[in-house]
Design a binder for this molecule. Sequence first.
Ligand SMILES: Cc1cc2nc3c(=O)[nH]c(=O)nc-3n(C[C@H](O)[C@H](O)[C@H](O)COP(=O)(O)O)c2cc1C
Length: 148
Amino acid sequence: MLWAAYGINRPDGFRTVPAAKNWYEYDIYVLKSDGWFLYEVSKHTLLKMGNEDLRIYGGTQDFVKAAPVILVYVADFGRMNDTTDELRKFFSAVDVGYISQNVYLWCASESLATIILGQVDKIKVREVLKLRPDQQVILSQPVGHPGQ
Ligand SMILES: Cc1cc2nc3c(=O)[nH]c(=O)nc-3n(C[C@H](O)[C@H](O)[C@H](O)COP(=O)(O)O)c2cc1C
């Protein structure tokens, strides 16, 4: 799923998704019952960041906490150099659409359910993921079994 979302699919290191100005500004955090993780794209592995179950912060709606996996899309504005804040916001909003759509398609292929969420307490998530000031929580995306 993470490979579909943001993995490398060509020898030159390019990804399954386009990225404005090759910034690849996203980090994908993964919240699960056994801890929280960062998707390390170059190694295609999950780096464990902590043992806490942070899924309660994955979205403000009740159904979110039932999801076994929640992806949190974090844009690092620090990587988006030589531009304006307006364009950082615009391009990061566009780029997250490609990533999350690939997750939608992968979920469809595996008969899983997913939903993209803007209703996230971004201030709280920044705090629990211990993000740097340049890192912005943009959207989250729970994945689970239909009807769960
Ligand atoms: C940018 C964006 C943010 C969204 N945020 C939320 C959200 O916070 N909570 C939610 O229940 N649905 C959210 N949705 C999902 C839409 O409500 C949903 O896609 C729409 O109702 C159509 O349903 P479908 O995706 O099942 O076809 C969001 C969708 C988009 C594109």
